[in-house]
Every structure is written in structure tokens, then in C-alpha cells.
Design a protein around this ligand. Structure first.
Ligand code: AMP
Length: 420
């Protein structure tokens, strides 16, 4: 053990688990990639104001959880706590929205940073796959994204989760609702901090996880009852399209989520076997965000799915992914000369796309065969001086244990034919 350990709230991804993470990232981004979303990468840090303005001054993310840093040059930066503000910033900076093809559809994958209280499923560095569709107001786009996320989870084999859905209204109807809510909240017995939060963004009080607060909110006015005609029609269309696609959803009038920029459609996927940290993904429409960060009006919608939690959900449901073996062939040389020959064969096999490994260092045959076993290889190729003198190697089927001599010249084609 070294003197150092990974910082609190972070963890190392190690084989074999790391292979599952790669497969999860691949699987949950695949539906978006098939739907016209192009890959985008943005810096891990940004101007801190992008997040304070974009994500919202009243959010926990900005007030308590950001990793702020001042550079030697005096710039105030922050490690990104989420992806949407950066992606929109990048799209605006590159004028992607002016290239005549709206919506601009983008997907991304990366690590995000929040100084959170560590618990299972909640980390200070976590991994998300996200998708954003920028510059179109169309209920079909909201439905498309929700369906893509649902397809992603289902394709992985998850089933014990629900989709929660709500509409947060728009600049027409939300202020009316907000006023009704403020009046209602004024009559409640709330602590100082909650009052302060209510003064900046009263909707966020609905999101309070404490039972004592929730108990007082039972009769709170519901946004659904205050939606304007446009928002209502929009919401109904999203629902209709989800139903047509066979994606079940549950109404959750209290779903406001932790970020200030959402308008209209908001949603969250919650897994039923993850305990307190149950959200495996979420998102919504953010029609005002572009203007909040200095851009033109660009109605947009997007989501982020949690890779760490999707992994935990797979584990909780006992889903085992069908991953290709990292090693298909394992070569064991019994002499220096055989090592040179098998090394060359390993290089050749790898170049032909067959995943091949070989024993390194001085090892007895017993240890080398143990390594072959541990590697999960389908075949072991074993050769000593006597085999080479006869122009053969021994090919051992690691499943049946059967061992047969194969002409050295024919080894590569024989293995290639097995389509490993
Ligand atoms: P959010 O940006 O908060 O909507 O998060 C989107 C998704 O990222 C959530 O549904 C979680 O799956 C995941 N996520 C958010 N915060 C964390 C965290 N601290 N640790 C692990 N996963 C997280």
C-alpha cells in the first residue's frame, strides 16, 4: 500500500469492474448516437460564473458543492458540476446554432465534480453520459430524448425503475404559480435557511427531502393546476408520444430537480433498489438557459444519465452484461526460443484482431497455466523446444481441457477461424 489513498468521495475504477463501466458508457450513449447526436467534449473547468449564472445561485450545487479554484493568473474557475451549461456555452461559442440546422444535437461523456456528503451512490467525482438538443421547441424532441434514455436503460437489461414526469411551466404561467406558492409557503413553519431558499426560488422547497417539510407541503398548490394552455398542450403531446412509444411514466407534481434552469418538461429516472440515491438519470427542457449565459433565445432540452449509479443498478438487479473476453488466446512458452516464436505469433494474432496475451517473466508451466486460466482465455497455446522441433504447438481448449497439436504454420488461421 502506498502512503496515499484516493481523495474522499472518489474511487478508482479497476479491472474487471472497469470493463463494465466502459460497456455502460457505450450502451447508454448508443441510442443517442443512433439518433443523430454528435459527440462533444468540453473542458473539465470553466469560468465559475458560467455555473453560478447557468445552474442557479440558489442551488445546492452552486452554494455548497462547487470545487472553485483561483488560477495563478487570478482567473476564477470551477470544476464542472454538470454538463449542460458547458455544452451550451461551447455550442454558442462555435456558433453551431447559426449553421442552419436546428436543433443542434450533441452527446457527451465525462466526469463531474460536486463537494457532496459521501455515501453509496453519491460521490465527489462521478461519471455521466449526457445528451442535449439545442434550439428547438418541439414536444417530439422532449419525447425523443426521454425515449432514448429509457431505451438505454432497457438495452442494458434494467427493468426495476420508473420514469417520473412533470411540467414546470414557462415564463407565462410559472410566475402566477410562483406567487401562489410563495403565499402558501409564508403560512408554514419553516427554518431560516429554507425561508431564504424560498425567497430566491420557492419551487426548490418542493424538492426538500425532509419529512417534516414534506408533511407541510401536502396541500401545496400544484403547478399542473396552473399551467397555461400552451404548456398544457405541450405537456400532453409529450405524454402522447411517450405512450405511443410504449414508455410508461408516473406524474410527479413535486419534481422540480436541483437546477434552476428547467422549464416545461422535467423528468427523472429512479431505480427502486438503490436506497436514498435512487436517481439514475434526469433532465428536462431549459428554454431560458441560453439567455441566462448571454446567448440568444434558444429553447433546448437534454438529460444526463449517471454511469456510477447505472452500474449500481445493474448490480442491484443482478444483471450480468455479456462482455467479450478481454483475452481470447493465452500463449505459454516453455523455453526462451519458444518464447520468441510465440511472441511473434501473439503480435500477429493481435494485428488480426484476436485478443491475445502471453506469460511474461520467468514462470514455471504451472504458474503460467494458472495465469492462462485467470485471463479467461478460450484457448491456450503452449510450446516447448520439442514441439518446435516437430513444427507444432499445443492448442488447449480451456473449456473442455482437450489439447491437440497444431502445425505452427497453421496456428494463426486455425485460431482466426474460431472467430474469437
Ligand atoms: P443531475 O445533474 O443532478 O440531474 O444528475 C444527473 C444524474 O447524475 C443523476 O440522476 C445521477 O444518476 C448522477 N449523479 C448526480 N450527482 C451524483 C453524485 N454525486 N454521485 C453519483 N452520481 C451522481
Amino acid at each position: 500500500m502506498s502512503t496515499f489513498t484516493a481523495p474522499k468521495g472518489t474511487y478508482d475504477l479497476l479491472p474487471p469492474t472497469s470493463a463494465i463501466f466502459l460497456a455502460v458508457r457505450e450502451a447508454i450513449s448508443a441510442p443517442a448516437r443512433r439518433a443523430g447526436y454528435g459527440y462533444i467534449e468540453t473542458p473539465v473547468f470553466e469560468d465559475v460564473k458560467l455555473f453560478s449564472r447557468g445552474v442557479g445561485e440558489s442551488t445546492d450545487i452552486v452554494t455548497k458543492e462547487m470545487y472553485n479554484l483561483t488560477t495563478r493568473g487570478g482567473d476564477e474557475l470551477a470544476l464542472r458540476p454538470e454538463g449542460t451549461a458547458s455544452v451550451l456555452r461551447a455550442a454558442l461559442q462555435a456558433n453551431l446554432h447559426k449553421q442552419g440546422n436546428l436543433p443542434v444535437k450533441l452527446w457527451y461523456s465525462g466526469n463531474y465534480y460536486r463537494y457532496e456528503r459521501m455515501q453509496k451512490g453519491r460521490y465527489r467525482q462521478f461519471s455521466q453520459v449526457g445528451a442535449e438538443a439545442i434550439g428547438a421547441e418541439d414536444p417530439a424532441l422532449d419525447a425523443e430524448l426521454i425515449i432514448l434514455a429509457d431505451d438505454a436503460f432497457r438495452a442494458l437489461g434494467l427493468s426495476d425503475y420508473s420514469l417520473l414526469l412533470n411540467s414546470l411551466g414557462d415564463k407565462q404561467c410559472r410566475p402566477v404559480y410562483r406567487a401562489a406558492l410563495v403565499e402558501f409557503l409564508a403560512g408554514l413553519d419553516l427554518d431560516e435557511e429554507t425561508r431564504r431558499r424560498a425567497a430566491i426560488n420557492p419551487l426548490r422547497v418542493l424538492d426538500d427531502k425532509r419529512e417534516a417539510v414534506q408533511a407541510q407541503l401536502v396541500d401545496a398548490p400544484k403547478l399542473r393546476d396552473h399551467l397555461c394552455e400552451d404548456c398544457k398542450a405541450y405537456d400532453e403531446k409529450v405524454r402522447e408520444l411517450l405512450t405511443l412509444a410504449g414508455v410508461p411514466f408516473t406524474d410527479d407534481p413535486k419534481l422540480v430537480r436541483g437546477l434552476d434552469y428547467y422549464t416545461r418538461t422535467t423528468f427523472e429516472f429512479v431505480h427502486h433498489r438503490l436506497g436514498a440515491q435512487s436517481a439514475i438519470g434526469g433532465g428536462g427542457r431549459y428554454d431560458g438557459l441560453s439567455e441566462m449565459i448571454g446567448g440568444p433565445a434558444l429553447p433546448s432540452v437534454g438529460w444526463a444519465l449517471g454511469v456510477d449509479r447505472t452500474y449500481l443498478a445493474l448490480e442491484a438487479e443482478g444483471v450480468v452484461l455479456d462482455l467479450p473476453a478481454s483475452t481470447a488466446v493465452y500463449a505459454v512458452a516453455l523455453s526462451e526460443e519458444a518464447k520468441t516464436v510465440l511472441f511473434a505469433k501473439a503480435v500477429e494474432l493481435r494485428r488480426l484482431g484476436v485478443a491475445t496475451d502471453l506469460a511474461f517473466g520467468v514462470k514455471g508451466i504451472k504458474n503460467a497455466m494458472k495465469s492462462a486460466d485467470r485471463s479467461g482465455a478460450r484457448f491456450a497455446v503452449i510450446a516447448g523446444d520439442r514441439d518446435l522441433a516437430e513444427g507444432v504447438v499445443q492448442l488447449k481448449d480451456m473449456e473442455s481441457g482437450e489439447q491437440t497439436p497444431v502445425a505452427l504454420e497453421a496456428l494463426v488461421t486455425t485460431l482466426k477461424e474460431k472467430q474469437l
